[in-house]
Design a binder for this molecule. Structure first.
Ligand code: UDX
Length: 438
């Protein structure tokens, strides 16, 4: 199929490359010329495992190109909208500027039979509004909503072999059948491998996405709320999560207590969902998401308070090593990162923070140049009075006391992701503190 992907960020760049990898002819469009230049040269503009490989192979096959000019999308028959919907400044609502601009850019090039496919996470009601706009300008073109569930760090695999596909299509039967047929062709490989497919209306497709993210955020905040109780009772949140996770109805995944969730999706999506519910006169239905948000943000404060407490009630002029800046491992994404937030707060308290991360330093430095960044763990921990692990990269999970104890000036460590062997660190004479662990 001939496909265009408008928006080449974390979602769109991966989607474009993955669609070309599947054998489609793809053009990626973005207004950011620097991003287009990098992608066209086969360079991923952000860190995502597996992306450079499929970018290179797809470009070499001649099936993948990039352009900042929408006219390059004229020959495509399926046009994906994969632009961002960030939190609107001064509000909890989603900023729809980029989605609206992407559709307006596409409208003049739409041909009869073309399908516009929304992938961005949007407030419920957006798809029917955009479908109306498509009908006004090109009555023989159509719109579908096909939410994306990819996780950063696993984005390539999640796009090529998703755990489910959801199509939100128009209510008219002919329109719905034609949209489904086109999407089935796009996703022929995944469908032939038995990927579950849900074909539904626009509103359901939009709500599936935000509900999934709200559920995941709630699951994480649930275990973090219990961690707060564990902290005052001496209980162990990791053993508790293991024990409740054996119940198949609960499940162990997404029950890791720690410094909480961040990233470009969960935080802003639960806020936008709550804001949309208020607009719909159903604010009380999602009022619990405010609590989910508040629990999550308290975990960052908990780490800061713990550092201050362990350093003798003040952090001023104390050397603090921060391991991890990305919002999760295998990503260089620092959007709403709990790790970076904690580093900035400690710096603000006058601590001498040395922060490191395998991939996210450049992004963190661009946003917070006041922090001191070092590339090696050894440099971060040298003379540190406390070590704070905030993103569970494999290399940090593998840290043993002997690796760093000759370098630090105080044997204190906070395991903000509960990934170290507490007994081992304590046995080596460290003051070890986890999150919700005794
Ligand atoms: C999320 C959804 O998982 C994905 O389906 C959606 O498409 C986009 O949003 P992502 O933002 O890549 O994906 O990250 P995810 O793996 O969900 O992690 C989100 C945050 O939760 C991270 O900061 C992570 O560290 C944290 N987390 C996750 C926990 O604190 N505990 C857990 O048990 C799991």
């Amino acid at each position: 199929m001939k496909i265009s992907v408008v928006g080449c960020g974390y979602l769109g760049a991966v989607h474009a490359a993955a669609m070309a990898d599947l054998g489609h002819d793809v053009v990626g469009i973005d207004v950011d010329q620097a991003k287009i230049d990098a992608l066209a040269a086969g360079r991923a503009p952000f860190f995502e495992p597996g992306l450079p490989e499929i970018l290179t192979s797809a470009s070499a096959s001649g099936r993948l190109s990039f352009s900042s000019d929408i006219v390059a999308a004229s020959e495509a028959t399926v046009h994906f909208i994969a632009v961002g919907t960030p939190q609107k400044p001064g509000s909890y609502s989603a900023d729809m500027t980029y989605v609206d601009a992407a559709l307006e850019a596409l409208l003049p090039i739409l041909k009869p039979g073309d399908l516009v496919v929304g992938k961005s996470t949007v407030p419920v009601g957006t798809a029917s509004r955009l479908a109306e706009r498509v009908r006004e300008v090109q009555p023989a073109a159509r719109l579908a909503w096909n939410p994306e569930f990819l996780r950063e760090g696993f984005a390539v695999q999640d796009t090529i072999a998703p755990d489910r596909l959801v199509y939100g299509v128009a209510s008219e039967a002919d329109d719905a059948a034609a949209s489904k047929a086109q999407l089935d062709e796009v996703y022929a490989k995944a469908l032939s491998e038995g990927t579950p497919l849900v074909v539904t209306d626009y509103a359901t497709a939009e709500l599936v996405k935000v509900s999934a993210n709200a559920f995941l955020a709630t699951k994480i905040s649930f275990i973090n709320a219990i961690a707060e109780i564990a902290e005052v009772t001496g209980a162990n949140i990791t053993e508790l999560a293991d024990a409740i996770g054996f119940d198949a109805r609960i499940g162990r995944r997404f029950l890791n207590a720690g410094v909480g969730f961040g990233g470009g999706c969960l935080p802003k999506d639960i806020r936008a969902f709550g804001a949309r519910a208020e607009e719909l006169g159903r604010g009380e239905s999602l009022a619990f998401l405010k609590e989910v948000d508040a629990i999550n943000l308290r975990r960052r404060q908990r780490v800061v308070d713990l550092v201050v407490e362990m350093l003798g009630q003040h952090a001023f002029e104390k050397r603090v090593a921060v391991l991890g800046l990305a919002f999760k491992p295998d990503s260089d994404d620092i959007r709403d990162s709990p790790a970076l937030d904690v580093a900035v707060q400690l710096n603000g308290l006058g601590a001498l923070v040395s922060a490191t991360d395998p991939e996210a330093i450049a992004n963190a430095r661009a946003k917070h140049p006041q922090l001191h960044f070092v590339t090696a763990v050894e440099d971060a921990v040298r003379d540190a009075e406390i070590v704070v692990l905030l993103t569970e990269w494999t290399q940090y999970r593998a840290l043993r006391p002997a690796d760093i104890e000759s370098l630090v000036s105080g044997k204190r460590i906070i395991d903000g992701r509960n990934v170290l062997d507490a007994a081992e660190w304590k046995a080596a004479g460290w003051d070890y503190r986890g999150m919700g662990r005794p």
